[in-house]
Design a protein around this ligand. Structure first.
Ligand code: BDR
Ligand code: CA
Length: 316
């Protein structure tokens, strides 16, 4: 199995990424590091807890990370993920699946004081040999870890990042993608200083993977319980993509990182040098520049293959 630390700002597609990771026989998820982004840290933490409860994997630690970007103020994505970051189904989820919100809130307060994501990553890299770091939110936690423990960071086997856009254009501004736009200083720091190449799963490829109503039906047939959950949590997401983008489906940004780890024939791309713009005008833009190849940027995605992986993971 592949040991993975997941760093996430648990909104809707992050939740689906957790679901895919926990259902895959190839992945050993050793910890979930929460960070603010789509939603505030507390929601990212609680939503991650909801997912480990749903998948009956409460043994997996959820660690509290950054409450906001390195230097800028936090900008949320409520219109994409709902004010609870869980597509507005948090309350009904808790009732339906017996999630104890009061307990999770108390745990969050404790975790805020005790947790240190940077130490967790360092210890995990020392404990396991090959660790893949998957990052599907702003790179704040990563930048902090790389700054404090560059030698431990260098021991990571791979870094797979959902973020950025190479040729397609952005989803927050004309060119910037949300995760890199929220904390461009963190992304810039990681791309400039990481001794491990960043595999960039950006909008170029995530927009090639659409969960349509038809594909959702297949998931429900394969597994009514989990398919039913996916239907509930994506309802808001379907609405957002239709109203704001005219797209009849949900873009599977974050789950694509895990599908790529599970089946490395889904994505193809090229090794280049990626820079991240930290100016106010072009905040968060990811662009090709001259320099050492610090990234493997993906350009093409095989949508059918992605759904084969997802269907297989969901199958009862
Ligand atoms: C990214 O931003 C968030 O809204 C999603 O969870 C994904 O990580 C897409 O730009
Ligand atoms: Ca995310």
């Amino acid at each position: 199995k592949i040991n993975v630390i997941l760093d996430c700002d648990t909104g809707i597609d992050d939740a689906l990424a957790i679901l895919l990771a926990l259902r895959s026989e190839k992945i050993n998820l050793v910890g979930i590091c929460a960070c603010a982004g789509n939603t505030v840290l507390k929601n990212a933490y609680i939503n991650s807890k909801r997912m480990v409860k749903l998948l009956d994997r409460e043994d997996i630690p959820v660690i509290c990370g950054s409450r906001g970007p390195l230097v800028r103020s936090l900008e949320l994505a409520d219109e994409v993920h709902g004010s609870d970051g869980f597509g507005g189904i948090g309350e009904s989820f808790d009732q339906k699946y017996g999630f104890d919100l009061a307990k999770a809130e108390a745990e969050y307060e404790k975790a805020l004081i005790e947790d240190d994501v940077v130490e967790f990553v360092k210890d995990t890299v020392e404990k396991y040999e090959d660790v893949v770091l998957v990052t599907i939110g702003p790179m704040t936690n990563l930048a902090k870890t790389l700054k404090k423990y560059p030698e431990s960071f260098a021991k990571l086997n791979r870094i797979v990042s959902m973020g950025g856009s190479y040729k397609r254009g952005g989803n927050v501004t004309e060119h910037a993608e949300f995760n890199y736009w929220v904390d461009p200083d963190a992304a810039d720091y990681v791309y400039k200083n990481s001794p491990v190449k960043v595999e960039m799963v950006g909008l170029d490829v995530t927009h090639q993977i659409l969960l349509t109503r038809e594909r959702l039906e297949t998931l429900k047939q394969l597994n009514p319980h989990l398919g039913g959950f996916i239907e509930e949590i994506t309802d808001f997401y379907f609405g957002f993509y239709m109203e704001k983008n005219g797209i009849a489906g949900c873009v599977m940004h974050d789950p694509l990182t895990f599908a790529h780890i599970i089946d490395d024939d889904i994505l193809s791309g090229e090794a280049i040098c990626i820079g991240i713009d930290t100016s106010d005008e072009k905040r968060g833009n990811s662009f090709k520049e001259d320099g050492k190849e610090n990234s493997l940027v993906f350009i093409d995605a095989d949508e059918d293959r992605f759904f084969e992986v997802l269907n297989e993971a969901i199958r009862k």
